[in-house]
Design a protein around this ligand. Structure first.
Ligand SMILES: [Zn+2]
Length: 335
């Protein structure tokens, strides 16, 4: 039976159950937090009403997911998003939510000098160590590799991180999740790099593909055999909810169910904005119900009304995570 690494150790792939493929327990910049720790206390009064390092909010988010029968989240919090596997393990142990951690670098361009002066092969060695030995001095192993391309496109640094991710995937067999920016057309360029490096494209997930409703663009990616993330439900500024739903239903109708993931890219806490800004974004309609609950509470009922079958739902939320993470579609107990 194939195993999947979680922050509480490896589990049988069949134990993942209902999985949200892209949710963060906490996102903060590790450099800023390390340099100005006293200023980084999260002071959000609403909706969680707790101050601290984001731990209470992570627990709240995990419990909200569990109450809606989510068993596992895949948490792509990598370098520059404040990855801290002990923090994730604590939240997972306290709540019982299974959390699948990653290695990788989340950057749209900037790299520290440490990486600027190192080759993709040398960067890949770090990823491989996280996958094979453990992360941050723990025995917690990375289950997948994260990289990102956004509005600046495939800059020299971003390409370097993609090549490092690719080399680590080829060396270990670990899958890749690549943050993409459909509005800048990054997806096909990211796939081209992976292809050039010899990555098995069935191990690649192009995250945030659901930020567009351009079916030609999306099917162009699917033709390559990659998975796609329809994974930012609630972030209205990139694509409103109803358009996301229409796109998902159209893709189901066109037979792509075995390559699709549903998620929200929610964060228990996020330090990208001053505390007052997130509620303002919601007020301005840039986000709406952007929360770990949105897929079970709103997306799934809506898709059902639109004709999604139970089998399609199970494929997207139970079987596809196993297929992407292990390379084997039917890793279920006794089947
Ligand atoms: Zn994310």
């Amino acid at each position: 039976m194939a195993k999947v690494e979680t922050v509480t150790g490896p589990v049988d792939a069949g134990e993942l159950g209902f999985t949200l493929i892209h949710e963060h327990l906490r996102c903060h910049d590790e450099a800023v937090w390390a340099q100005w720790p006293s200023r980084m206390t999260i002071k959000d009064e609403e909706p969680y009403g707790v101050a601290g390092d984001g731990y209470d909010e992570a627990v709240v988010a995990a419990n909200r997911a569990l109450e809606l029968e989510v068993k596992t989240i895949v948490d792509p919090t990598a370098m520059f998003l404040g990855r801290d596997v002990e923090f994730m393990r604590r939240a997972s142990e306290e709540t019982g939510l299974q959390v699948v951690p990653c290695t990788g670098i989340y950057t749209y361009d900037h790299l520290p000098q440490f990486f600027a002066s190192r080759s993709p092969e040398q960067i890949a060695e770090l990823f491989i160590a996280d996958i094979e030995e453990g992360i941050q001095g723990t025995e917690i192993k990375a289950a997948f590799i994260k990289c990102a391309a956004d509005e600046p496109g495939l800059t020299e640094n971003v390409e370097k991180v993609h090549r490092a991710a690719a080399k680590a995937s080829v060396a270990t067999g670990a899958p890749i999740m690549a943050h993409s920016h459909p509005a800048s057309g990054t997806g096909p360029k990211q796939v081209a790099i992976f292809e050039e490096e010899g990555v098995d494209l069935s191990k690649v997930q192009i995250a945030h593909t659901g930020d567009t409703d351009d079916l030609d663009y999306i099917e162009g990616l699917l033709d390559k055999g990659v998975f796609i993330g329809l994974d930012r439900y609630g972030i209205e500024m990139y694509l409103p909810f109803e358009k996301r739903q229409k796109t998902t239903l159209a893709l189901l109708e066109r037979g792509h169910v075995e390559r699709m993931f549903l998620s929200a890219d929610s964060c228990g806490t996020l330090d990208w904005f001053p505390p007052e800004a997130l509620p303002e974004l919601a007020k301005a309609g840039m986000t709406k119900d952007w929360d770990i609950r949105i897929v079970p509470e709103q997306v799934i009922p809506g898709l059902r009304e639109g004709g999604m079958t139970d089998e399609q739902l199970e494929t997207m939320t139970v079987h596809n995570p196993v297929a992407w993470l292990t390379g084997s579609r039917h890793a279920h107990n006794g089947r």
